[in-house]
Design a protein around this ligand. Structure first.
Ligand code: ZN
Length: 505
């Protein structure tokens, strides 16, 4: 018996030593892969920010058919965060990117006994396994949804710091708005890290290279309805991103966000909701086609949360007027700006929507102009227009409604039923690393660091068990502490990576 304990102690010491050396040697840099992914080659995650079933339904009523309808598997995502049933994009995105619930505003960080701890993301996991990575959005590239995949900060408003971290992470493709968040220092760092930095549609068309930073707008990209021929669209960016990323023989991980569906919902701007969701659905169609031709590609379509509580139907029971919705030629935000700059409300609304405002509606707009809330005017116009076209929002903020998730490709059948973002994250990690299917024998955590199944050795089963049963934990019992390979108080994808490194070395 003493002999056995002695052997165990030696094994334990060796495993600690190996873990220590691995962590010292690797640090954070995924230039050369440190683990080998055995699952699906390409993962594309498409996120419609604020896109609930109502937003999808109204866009379908306007256009007849959506590409999303061709996704063979679908389910509902619960979106609650540690702040409560109503999440923001930071906590929802963190759950999708890391498998951890966190508090609103936090970007891929969690609190462990009051301390803020970074949590490893799916994009980092992809990078560690040698895949190319990309983030594409119509918002600022430093906004919450792209940020959660390749930065770690306590508060989403730290966008200049997020910009720096996106570059530090060497994400191969970064396309979106947000030029204003990249100061000279960050741009210098980008160029030193090998990035080509581009700003225009022409440059996007011709660009090539391993690292490309495309900043196509000072802040968010313009709404679809407000664009001109020089504006870069979400589909342009997605096509180029895939063209650049697919050159990597190990495959790629790409997140594309239809980021302004949410903004349109906040303003109750139904015409923009439809236009932004349609653009997002065009991207869904393109990626579906790509996955049909490239079988080793998983496409996931989901929303981070719902915004506005949008539904077809009003008090008056008037049918939805899809022709009117499709004939509106500007966003509510553009109309509000023109009125604020002295435009006559009746004329501005008539010009862009063809509608004649009633006296009460003009009164409502004038009242909103006197409000201290800078969004009040846009909100008032949005309320008037949505009522006129037969839809209604219950609020200007996020709701706790479950949102749709759809999947196509290897492992698609996992993404169905009622689930939470954290389940989806871990399933994507599992499919990417292990192909989604592995039968393991778990006898409980062993005495050796990293031995998740208690068989006194470290192999891929331990990484698999750690991923599927323990990732997401922020309070660890004494057994679980032996799976916290980097001793940061949580079990996240980094611990899975470290166990895989030990299994493979
Ligand atoms: Zn929002």
């Amino acid at each position: 018996m003493n002999k056995k304990i002695g052997i165990l102690a030696v094994l334990f010491a060796i495993s600690l030593l190996v873990a220590f050396q691995v962590s010292v040697a690797k640090g954070y840099s995924a230039e050369s892969p440190s683990i080998k992914a055995r699952g699906v080659k390409n993962v594309i995650i498409l996120i419609g920010d604020g896109m609930g079933v109502g937003q999808v339904e109204i866009t379908k009523l306007c256009y007849g058919h959506l590409n999303m309808e061709d996704m063979p598997y679908a389910g509902f995502e619960l979106t609650d965060s540690l702040s409560g049933p109503v999440t923001d994009s930071a906590a929802a995105g963190t759950a999708i990117a890391t498998g951890f619930k966190t508090y609103n505003k936090m970007i891929s960080t969690v609190k462990v006994r009051g301390k803020v701890v970074n949590v490893t993301t799916l994009l980092e996991l992809a990078k560690y396994s040698g895949k190319a990575t990309g983030l594409v959005t119509t918002t600022r590239i430093t906004h919450a949804t792209p940020a959660v995949f390749a930065s770690h900060v306590e508060n989403r408003d730290m966008e200049k710091e997020i910009a720096r971290q996106l570059i530090e992470h060497k994400v191969n493709v970064l396309f979106g708005g947000g030029k204003r968040e990249f100061d000279t220092e960050t741009l210098d760092l980008a160029r030193r890290n090998g990035y080509k930095v581009i700003y225009t549609k022409d440059e996007l068309k011709n660009v090539d290279g391993e690292y490309v930073l495309g900043l196509f707008s000072e802040s968010h990209m313009p709404y679809v309805l407000d664009r001109d021929n020089n504006t870069v669209g979400l589909l342009d960016m997605t096509k180029k991103a895939i063209e650049l990323l697919e050159k990597d023989p190990d495959g790629f991980f790409l997140m594309v966000e239809g980021g302004r569906i949410d903004h349109a919902c906040h303003a109750n701007d139904v015409a923009s909701v439809v236009a932004e969701t349609k653009e997002f659905d065009d991207v869904v169609g393109y990626c579906l086609d790509y996955a049909r031709k490239n079988k080793d590609t998983l496409v996931i379509v989901l929303a981070d949360h719902e915004t506005g509580g949008l539904g077809v139907g009003t008090n008056y029971g008037d049918p939805i007027d899809e022709h009117r919705i499709l004939s509106i030629k500007a966003s509510v935000s553009k109309m509000a700006k023109e009125i604020k700059e002295g435009g006559d409300p009746r004329e501005v609304i008539k010009k862009y929507t063809g509608l004649d405002l009633t006296d009460e509606e003009v009164e409502k707009i004038k009242e909103a102009m006197n409000s201290d809330n800078k969004y009040a005017l846009g909100n008032a116009i949005g309320e008037i227009l949505s009522e006129r076209v037969g839809v209604r929002f219950i609020s200007h903020i996020h709701t706790g409604n479950p949102v749709p998730i759809m999947a196509y490709g290897p492992g698609q059948w996992y993404f169905r039923g009622f689930r939470h973002h954290v389940d989806t994250s871990k399933e994507i990690a599992d499919i990417m690393l292990f192909g989604g299917e592995r039968s393991v024998n778990a006898n409980g955590i062993g005495v050796i660091k990293g031995d998740a199944d208690g068989d006194y050795r470290i192999d891929l089963d331990d990484a698999y068990i750690t991923l599927n049963y323990y990732v997401g934990k922020t309070t660890l019992n004494n057994d679980e502490k032996r799976l916290d390979m980097d001793n940061n108080g949580i079990i996240d994808y980094m611990d899975v990576i470290k166990i895989m490194e030990m299994a493979e070395s």
